[in-house]
Design a protein around this ligand. Structure first.
Ligand code: GAF
Length: 382
């Protein structure tokens, strides 16, 4: 990245930071319901090199595409629906909080497949806030920076995402998952010892064009469920506070089926995550894998955020003895499945699944093995 930066800006970057993508083992669409999630940072990252400029210009280079955007803070006040939004969204959040800003040269690159549900956008947001904080010495904590990165996505990019992706990218820890309580942001690192297993991501390459609109609709449906429950149970602040009995015996008769289904899924997913974590603590990866399959069923049938390509990959995975758990991952409507697979069988299984998938959908999914890694950090500072 230093080299690309030098070629473009004819000077050295002051800081280079690395910010990872994330996987989520279980706990999908629970973060914005104040529930639990179990993500981890992975060894696919965004690399961001930055230095201050003498003027008030912002110059951004996406090194992998040689795509350049330049302008002033005023030029970049509104969303362009292009990748610089993730940078400008963060800068705007910093400005709104009163942090002094300067002109910047920024070069980015990396190997997180975009649109695959691995949170390349959260990684970019985290890398920007982290690098600028280092460069301009704001003294922000990682928790502050997670909130700023999320606010950029919510208010500038316009996706009302929860906090999971930014949190995982910022706080990741090598060989650990993060058990995060999204209500109070208390978290615990859970050792994720894979033994003879590996994490295999299968990318359908379906880009989630529906995703942001449908995502916001899911949020509204959950809120509708909470409003209904609150009439009977005033203590219910979010679906996190609801239990199965409330959903089955109260909510069912109060809201349309679609809202009931969404809420039922969220309550069950939080429970699945708890039981799944117990299995992990016992080193029972097979037990954990079963919860992953159940999570997929809920996401597909009740929450309806899957798609035929994801469903087919999970259906194929269920027939493979070497895969002990699989599910769609992230917001949905495309992107990846996450699979826990016995290492010696990776090649033959990827081949078999790939052929079957290509027979039905015309092209093979991309496959990635990923390892759990550290969160956003400085790589070099001048
Ligand atoms: C996306 C969002 F950004 C996350 O906050 C989370 O809600 C996820 O979808 C679904 O679990 O990645």
């Amino acid at each position: 990245m230093a080299q690309k930066f030098r070629e473009r800006f004819k000077s050295d970057p002051t800081i280079i930071v690395s910010s990872p993508g994330r996987i989520n083992l279980i706990g999908e669409h629970t973060d914005y319901n104040n529930g639990f999630v179990l993500p981890a940072a992975i060894d696919k990252t965004i690399s961001l090199a930055v230095s201050q400029r003498d003027d008030d210009q912002l110059h951004f280079l996406a090194a992998d595409f040689n795509d350049i955007h330049a302008g002033t803070y005023t030029d970049f006040r509104k969303s362009t629906k292009l990748w610089p939004d993730y940078i400008n969204g963060v800068l705007q959040q910093l400005q709104e909080r009163g942090f002094p800003l300067t002109g910047l040269n920024i070069a980015i690159g990396g190997d997180i497949p975009s649109g695959a549900g691995l949170s390349s956008s959260a990684a970019l947001e985290c890398s920007v806030v982290f690098a600028v904080n280092e460069l301009l010495g704001y003294g922000l904590s990682k928790m502050d920076m997670v909130r700023i990165a999320q606010a950029a996505e919510n208010h500038f990019v316009g996706v009302k995402c929860g906090i999971m992706d930014q949190f995982a990218s910022m706080f990741g820890k090598k060989n650990h998952a993060i058990l995060l309580d999204c209500r109070n942001l208390k978290y615990e690192y859970v050792p994720f010892d894979l033994h003879q297993y590996a994490i295999l991501l299968l990318d359908t390459q379906v880009k989630h064009s529906l995703a942001s609109g449908e995502y916001n609709i899911r949020r509204e449906q959950c809120e509708m469920g909470v409003r209904a429950l609150r009439k009977i149970y005033p203590q219910v602040e979010s679906l996190r506070d609801a239990n199965r009995a409330m959903i089955e015996y109260t909510l069912r008769d109060m809201v349309p089926d679609v809202v009931y289904n969404r809420c039922k899924y969220v309550v069950e997913e939080n429970l699945r995550l708890q039981v799944g974590c117990e299995a992990l603590r016992r080193n029972d990866l097979v037990g954990f894998g079963k919860k992953m399959y159940a999570s997929h069923t809920g996401l597909s049938k009740l929450y309806e955020v899957s798609c035929p390509e994801l469903d087919y990959l999970v259906e194929l995975a269920r027939e493979e003895h070497a895969i002990i758990g699989a599910r769609m991952m992230g917001g949905g409507f495309g992107g990846c499945t996450i699979n826990l697979i016995r290492k010696p069988y990776i090649n033959e299984v990827v081949q078999r699944l790939g052929d079957a998938f290509a027979n039905r959908f015309g092209q093979k999914p991309l496959s990635h093995i990923c390892n759990l890694s550290d969160g956003t950090h400085v790589v070099s500072a001048g």
